[in-house]
Design a protein around this ligand. Structure first.
Ligand code: ZN
Length: 84
């Protein structure tokens, strides 16, 4: 599992990971519904997650810059490998 942002490690207002389920924002407050513990946003790809994290930032949630840098670097790697 890859952890891009977590409140424990870099004071992030979000928890973003890549696990078996894909690229996810865990316990995301932007996901509608009352069951926050199971409200996970699952991105279809890195650009979708970057958009999602921009939205968190606009709403005042702290997303560490390194989370954006890492996701963009991974996306660039995919591009260079011809996977996009
Ligand atoms: Zn989210």
């Amino acid at each position: 599992m890859t952890v891009y942002a977590t409140p424990d490690r870099n004071a992030a207002g979000v928890r973003v990971i890549r696990a078996a389920g894909g690229l996810m924002c865990i316990k995301c407050r932007l996901v509608p519904g009352d069951d926050v513990d199971h409200a996970h946003f699952r991105a279809e790809g890195i650009p979708a997650m970057l958009d999602h994290l921009d939205f968190h930032t606009v709403l005042g949630d702290y997303v560490p810059p390194e989370a954006f840098v890492r996701l963009r670097a991974e996306y660039a790697d995919l591009f260079e490998r011809g996977a996009l």
